[in-house]
Write a protein that binds this ligand. Structure first.
Ligand code: DGL
Length: 236
């Protein structure tokens, strides 16, 4: 079993491609909506939150955790756990290898991710000189409360830096839900973590997707729009 972990609804953006790409795997999606949004919390608070979950995962014998959360990937020591932690920041950055080095790149992410600077530093090391970071402090929280497209668009118009970018890295898994709005406002092509290929341990399991989330009507309507693969609820 592979745990896919995020602060909330963001991690859902990768599930379609994961379930299709790895049909023999059993995915348990865990969205920590009680503690969301993560992005404005301190490093200490974030580590404490994750360590609480990690203890349970270890007790349950989990072998792989796909940390579908850039914020946690930015602040944790990914080697320090008794299970494998898959790092979406490194994998997302790999997608930039093919881009021309004179591209103008905007990195959009939570305050914690921008502050820790893994994207900006990684891009610089790859030879990109025109990189700008933009912390969108409210956006993940807005998405958690199902803000309308209009509300998100006017927030992006206010917060995103002026000027045209060739590429926009959506360095928070919540953001691909509104990828087209990022394109509209920045004129750039978006790069995100919705379709990455992982090196999972090979095990024979019954495949499928299980959701560990608190069910409610708004959430179910959201899932109908976002998920196009079958799923079951972890607690019924
Ligand atoms: N979706 C997460 C990320 O990729 C966290 C967003 C949040 O909870 O602030 O960073």
């Amino acid at each position: 079993m592979i745990v896919v972990f995020d602060s909330g609804l963001g991690g859902l953006t990768a599930l379609d491609s994961l379930v299709k790409r790895y049909p023999q795997k059993h995915f348990l999606f865990y969205g920590d909506r009680e503690n969301a949004p993560y992005g404005n919390k301190s490093v200490k608070e974030l580590r404490k939150i994750f360590d609480g979950h990690a203890q349970r995962f270890a007790q349950e014998g989990v072998k792989d955790v796909l940390l579908q959360c850039n914020t946690m990937c930015s602040v944790l020591d990914l080697e320090a756990y008794p299970f494998r932690m898959h790092d979406i920041i490194s994998l997302t950055l790999q997608q930039c290898e093919a881009l021309p080095r004179d591209s103008r790149i905007l990195v959009c992410a939570t305050a914690a991710t921008i502050k820790r600077g893994r994207y900006q530093q990684g891009l610089q090391e790859m030879g990109f000189a025109q990189v700008e970071g933009c912390a969108l402090k409210e956006l993940a929280g807005m998405i958690e409360r199902f803000a309308s497209k209009e509300e998100v668009l006017s927030y992006l118009q206010e917060e995103l830096p002026a000027g045209k970018f060739d590429y926009v890295i959506l360095g928070c898994t919540h953001y691909p839900i509104h990828a087209e709005l990022f394109q509209e406002v920045t004129g750039g092509e978006t790069i995100d973590s919705t379709d990455l290929s992982y090196d999972f341990l090979d095990e024979d399991e019954e495949g499928g997707l299980e959701l560990c989330l608190k069910k409610d009507d708004e959430l179910e309507a959201f899932l109908q729009q976002q998920l196009h693969v079958p799923y079951r609820w972890a607690h019924e």
